[in-house]
Design a protein around this ligand. Structure first.
Ligand code: AMP
Ligand code: MG
Length: 435
């Protein structure tokens, strides 16, 4: 392996090596206590066990009549069995009386089963509706005819069916999705301990940049990287801190860096490519431990990575993303996203991968790993990957069209249409276009 004499690193790092070196510099962040709804998307930092049975009491799964099964043995349409209705139970009420002999208690879904009953006959299996159509109000129903037998335990939800008292329900490290938020609420929890979200400083660099909203100017381009990158940060659970544009001079870079070092991570874009051996690189290198890397991937070969010392001696990792907009986003996906997830206590750092049939060729001219922007569709049970056109690293709309990155390995000079390819999904599901 040829080495770079300046950095002592291999001239071109593999994607895996680059990711491992980056991940190595990130730790799981501290925890915080939050209202459960605010914790959506965060990682649980405590083991959650239940202090109660859920449901707390055996209750009815239907609106109907709580009876003892023997009281309705042999009941049928032709041979209905009449029961005396001795009480009514709504959800939230506790039974005040038990069911004996040929008695029934009218019961609503969720109400606890009275003593003596072992099954619930739903309205549909009685003449309830007929009585109602005769103008009787529920409280006027004093007897009921049952048209069907009932099995012991039918239409009952046993106490503890969902969760048992003392049971471990959600383990530390669990990602809180809507269903977990619901489970926490079902346990009576209103707050939860989670890993806090990382604050990510985002700085664009370049004299050519103007901000969206500014009037267009000849020779200038809009800063798209900050917004695309900040949106990625949001999407993967971070809190972006947009610090605007650093100009290609010492004062400007230094001022932005000072602001950026209050964050947990610092992301810059541009100024890391070969043609850019200028002030950006010098400032970065003079203030931190920064390596400039070539990563064996296309797009996003040039990358800077290092660590700055922030306030109080805190170490702040820095990823210098490439300037080309597609490169910045692909580098983010492959190298920054896993680090953000790691900080948030996530352990599964991979995106979904599928196998798809290529619909275009992928040409790999210089032994890098190619991440080709692709539209993935599913037809007749198979996935297909069509490239989104011009794969230039400045063609940001080609990224916007894509829902996956088709991966051509380093050692494969060309993949032909018709061949199977690994695709890393950017978005899921991929059912659009399903035939
Ligand atoms: P550089 O790495 O500074 O040579 O930038 C590489 C390419 O990316 C140039 O064409 C830049 O104009 C472009 N570029 C740099 N920063 C941004 C940005 N924030 N938004 C959009 N394009 C950018
Ligand atoms: Mg530049």
């Amino acid at each position: 392996m040829s080495m770079n004499v300046e950095t002592g690193l291999p001239y071109m790092l593999s994607v895996e090596d680059a990711r491992a070196r980056i991940l190595n510099m990130f730790e799981v962040l501290e925890t915080e206590r939050k209202p459960i709804l605010d914790a959506l998307g965060q990682t649980l930092a405590e083991d959650v066990s239940s202090t109660l049975d859920i449901p707390p009491l055996t209750n009815s799964a239907m609106d109907g009549y709580a009876v003892h099964h023997e009281a309705v043995a042999g009941a049928s349409e032709a041979n209905p069995i009449e029961l005396r209705v001795v009480g009514h139970l709504a959800a939230g009420e506790l039974p005040g009386q038990s069911v004996e002999g040929a008695n029934a208690i009218r019961i609503m879904t969720g109400a606890p089963i009275p003593l003596g009953a072992d099954t619930v006959v739903p309205f549909e299996e009685t003449d309830e509706f007929e009585r109602k159509s005769r103008g009787l109000s529920p409280s006027e129903i004093t007897e009921i005819r049952v048209m069907k037998e009932a099995a012991v335990g039918a239409n009952l939800r046993p106490a503890g069916q969902d969760v048992r008292k003392g049971q471990m329900v959600l383990e530390r490290g669990t990602l809180l999705r809507p269903s977990e938020i619901g489970v926490l609420a079902s346990l009576g929890r209103d707050t939860v301990e989670v890993v806090r979200r990382p604050v990510v400083a985002v700085i664009a660099t370049g004299d050519e940049l103007i901000e969206p909203g500014d009037p267009a100017e000849a020779g200038k381009i809009y800063n798209s990287n900050s917004y695309g990158v900040a949106a990625e940060v949001l999407r993967y659970g971070g809190i972006p801190k947009l610090l605007g544009i650093a100009r290609d001079n010492l004062e400007s870079m230094n001022a932005k860096l000072d602001e950026g070092l209050t964050a947990d991570v610092l992301l810059t874009s541009a100024g890391v490519s070969r043609g850019d051996y200028d002030i950006v690189k010098d400032v970065l290198a003079s203030r931190g431990q920064i390596d400039f890397w070539s990563v064996r991937m296309r797009p996003a070969k040039p990358l800077a990575f290092g660590v700055f010392t922030g306030q109080g001696g805190r170490l702040v990792p820095h990823v210098g993303l490439p300037g080309n907009p597609v490169s910045a986003l692909v580098a983010f996906e492959e190298l920054v996203r896993p680090a953000l997830l790691k900080m948030q206590g996530r352990t599964d750092l991979e995106k979904a991968m599928i196998r798809a049939v290529l619909e275009d060729d992928i040409v790999n001219s210089d032994e890098r790993r190619v991440y080709a922007r692709a539209v993935i569709t599913r037809r007749n049970g198979r996935y297909y990957a069509r490239l989104t056109g011009d794969q230039g690293s400045g063609v940001l709309t080609s990224m916007a069209l894509a829902n996956g990155l088709a991966i051509c390995p380093e050692d494969v000079p060309v993949m032909r249409a018709g061949q199977e390819v690994d695709v890393q999904m950017l978005d899921w599901p991929v059912d659009a276009g399903q035939a």
